[in-house]
Ligand binder design. Structure first.
Ligand code: 0O2
Length: 213
């Protein structure tokens, strides 16, 4: 079944790719506009940079099998809310919530799900704010509402998540317990540094605000 399911996905992957690319483009433009306007108003860019990706057919199939989603490809795509993904990397923790709140105010975006892995980190130490949004995309003959997963995190959280992902991939399965403990400690140190950097940034912003020009 695995092979025939993959073949079914491959048959419509060009269409999937085109639709989700359009949705990513729409959401990225919104984020870019917010970042530019925020810079103009507050002399600070909440977004450091962004990355995006469309799930590969293999990864769609792996997740569908793991989560017990439908084998009908159209149904499967409806159930999978992270085929399109954008990662927003911020400088400071407060920036994460600024970006999320500004997105939530946009009337054409629906927030489908929000998971705050910063207030409630995963057991392994993973931290990020996850939003699933739905954006209307206007095509030639139709309007389609397409889900996009937005992961918002600081540079420090991104550093940890990227290396942890690489190490997990290299370990090909369960990471030994002592390594998992090292990684968790590393995540806690990083969280502490994030708070310190936020404190310094807020202090300098206040100083600037209250200094007579
Ligand atoms: P990729 O390569 O980013 O696409 P799932 O975890 O997919 O079974 P769910 O509910 O969608 O189910 O998960 P969740 O936690 O909301 O978000 C999944 C995505 O968050 C992952 O996507 C990762 O990008 C990221 N993520 C979640 N937990 C961890 C973690 O412990 N370490 C790291 N490094 N990233 C994590 P994919 O599909 O796994 O990968």
């Amino acid at each position: 079944r695995q092979n025939s399911d993959l073949k079914n996905i491959m048959m419509i992957y060009a269409k999937i790719h085109k639709n989700y690319t359009a949705a990513i483009r729409e959401v990225k433009t919104k984020l870019q506009n917010l970042d530019d306007d925020f810079q103009l108003l507050h002399k600070h860019n909440p977004i450091h940079h962004m990355e995006s990706r469309i799930k590969s057919p293999e990864s769609i199939l792996e997740k569908a099998n793991r989560k017990g989603f439908s084998s009908d490809v159209n149904q499967m795509c409806k159930q999978m809310l992270d085929i399109a993904g954008i990662r927003v990397i911020c400088c400071y923790i407060n920036d994460i919530y600024i970006v999320a709140d500004l997105l939530k105010k946009q009337s054409d975006l629906s927030i489908i799900r929000e998971v705050d892995y910063i207030k409630n980190p995963k057991d392994n130490g993973y931290r990020s704010l996850h939003l699933i949004v739905e954006i209307p995309v206007f095509f030639v003959h139709r309007v389609e509402k397409i889900p996009v997963e937005i992961q918002i995190r600081t540079m420090a959280m991104d550093f940890w998540a990227s290396l942890e992902h690489q190490l997990r991939y290299k370990a090909e399965g369960e990471i030994p317990k002592f390594i998992a403990e090292e990684l968790k400690e590393c995540s806690e140190n990083i969280a502490h540094s994030d708070l310190q950097m936020q404190k310094v940034h807020s202090f300098l912003e206040d100083l600037d605000r209250f200094t007579p020009k």
